[in-house]
Design a protein around this ligand. Structure first.
Ligand code: HEM
Length: 312
């Protein structure tokens, strides 16, 4: 996983990490975003249709996976029932061989507030400048007023799941898939719980404990595998494939790629969480990143942040 050489991307990455830390506080050894999480292991079993989309090795054979479910924000102790802990995150690593892997990084809201990293930094700066008591229109009100996609993301319903295993997770940025015949198709990952989507109403969520999701997934996996199906929503000709703020129509084909079956908690979850650095760029034959500007930037942000975490 190399760092880009583009100085602008590196500077923006450092600014974004610093901005998260300004908002949430700096907690060495934990992530500045999606700080609270839990890790499980299992396997991914591809469908026959997966190889028709991509020649990537995990779409042709059963592959061991490592998954991390997480809460939003850089607060390592954020209660699982705090509204700011939504959207939830799911990062999945497909372990293809020793030190060879490819990842999916997804969250439970379909979309993202901004098209670019610089705009996302502006969004975070507006949040930071809008503490309670700031006269209206606050910087964040002004930002949302001029950025309809950010407003739509902020206003999108973000219900509390009953379990990390009953939420849907969206890859948000498009990938470019190539199959063995050289056919290229763009798609966005969508990961659906086999148990079905199950959510709590606000009253039920308030009554839950601060670690209800982290505790629940341990109980759930002790009584059987937690299973999620991986799909790609496939772009049609003319769909915009380089802008995470633009949704594709819901009638686009959802190609089922396989099933993630999580069977055990990671034994040393704190140690593994500190060590593992997920990569939004697939870096595997058969799956290329799209031109979405978030991808290269996030790969740099996660790597810089992860290296700091490992050395803390
Ligand atoms: C400019 C855009 C974004 C920025 C600056 C950003 C920033 C970050 C940072 C700093 C981390 C912690 C990384 C680490 O220390 O390992 C993180 C983790 C994460 N982000 Fe983002 N993010 C962005 C977009 C997204 C998008 C579009 C998604 C959903 C598709 C997403 C989902 C996640 C998830 C699930 C994690 C936790 C990964 C893990 O478990 O290690 N982020 N993000």
């Amino acid at each position: 996983m190399p760092l880009p050489s583009d100085e602008k991307i590196l500077a923006l990455s450092n600014d974004l990490i610093a901005q998260f830390q300004q908002i949430f506080g700096a907690y060495p050894g934990v992530r500045p975003a999606h700080a609270k999480g839990v890790m499980l292991t299992g396997t991914f079993t591809p469908t026959a249709a997966a190889a028709g989309l991509s020649k990537a090795p995990h779409f042709a054979a059963e592959t061991p996976v490592t998954a991390r479910f997480s809460n939003s924000t850089g607060l390592p102790l954020i209660p699982d029932n705090d509204p700011n802990s939504n959207p939830k995150g799911l990062a999945v690593r497909f372990n293809l061989g020793e030190h060879v892997h490819t990842d999916i990084v997804a969250h439970s809201t379909d979309g993202f507030p901004t098209r670019t990293g610089q705009e996302f930094l502006d969004f975070l700066r507006a949040v930071a400048a809008s503490a309670p008591g700031t006269p209206s229109p606050t910087p964040i009100e002004q930002f949302l007023g001029g950025h309809p996609a950010a407003l739509a993301f902020v206003q999108a319903p973000k219900p509390f799941p009953v379990s990390f295993g009953t939420d849907t997770y969206f890859g948000v940025t498009a990938m470019q898939f190539t199959n063995a015949d050289g056919k290229i198709q763009f798609g966005r990952y969508r990961i659906l719980p086999v148990a079905g989507n199950e959510y709590l109403d606000d009253e039920a969520a308030k009554a839950k404990g601060a670690d209800y999701l982290v505790d629940e997934i341990g109980t759930r996996v002790a009584s059987g595998p937690v299973t999620l199906k991986v799909y790609a929503q496939l772009a049609a000709a003319g769909d915009v494939v380089d802008d995470a703020t633009i949704h594709w129509p819901e009638d686009r084909e959802l190609r089922e790629l396989g099933t993630i079956s999580l069977t055990a908690m990671v034994a040393d979850t704190p140690g593994e969480q500190k060590h593992i650095i997920f990569d939004p760029i697939p870096r595997v034959e058969g799956i290329e990143p799209s031109e979405d500007p978030l991808l290269e930037l996030r790969a740099a942000v996660y790597l810089i942040s992860g290296r700091k975490r490992r050395s803390a």
